[in-house]
Design a protein. Sequence first.
Length: 266
Amino acid sequence: MSNQTAAGAVQDILSALKRFSLIGTLGWQDVRQRYRRSSIGAFWLTISMGVMIGTIGIVFGQIFKSPMNEFLPFLSVGLILWGFISTVITEGCSGFIAGEAVIKQLPIPLSVHIFRVLWRNLIILAHNVVIFPLVLIAVQKAPTWDVLVAIPGLLLLMLNLTWIAIFLGVICTRYRDIPQIISSFLQVVFYVTPIMWLPSLLPSRAGTYMLDLNPFYHFLQIVRAPLLGQEPSLENWLVSIGIAIVGWTLTLVLFGRYRRRIAYWL
């Protein structure tokens, strides 16, 4: 039974991927609709992110007495990536709920609504990434060839975010209180993950709990470390790959078993 349900989930996901043009159109429409009649569109988010990075960088750099040429690039990449991760997860919780009208009227794969969430946030991520080269120029730091490793890191991150969004999308469609719990949980994770503070500030024992056992730290590192001219550790890769394997296995079973009920839960 579990093999049959997983096969149904895989078929739904593959059918959704074949409709990449539809996903692209819906994602662009979401971004354009959000910034309709705005002169600079999604770049308002870029400006807001840039101001936040500059403000937090100056304040927390002084508090933690961190060198600005090290702390500011670290902070900028961390905040940009965290904005992408947290938004995909929170919007993934309501991915099926937001597509209620379409789900009830058109026979398209349900996964389209999750890929739509992922695509529109990738567009916003592309806008915000513009900040990072400006930060490097400001601190007079040149990128290295390690930056290319960020590409497979981003793909692995997206692979993990996709199963998380599908998994939570199914559960949150059934239980509408879960999105608030997830939102509160992400706020806690933000503070215990090295985004506004450097990992080197932690004592060795605390690092075991706040870094090694924190999956979001590994998700960040496989993309952030190459952008900062460093190499992600083998542990970062293995943990991220392991979570992807286990997560997708559970998601395919859950999604395959309950995807036919989603329309009735809406």
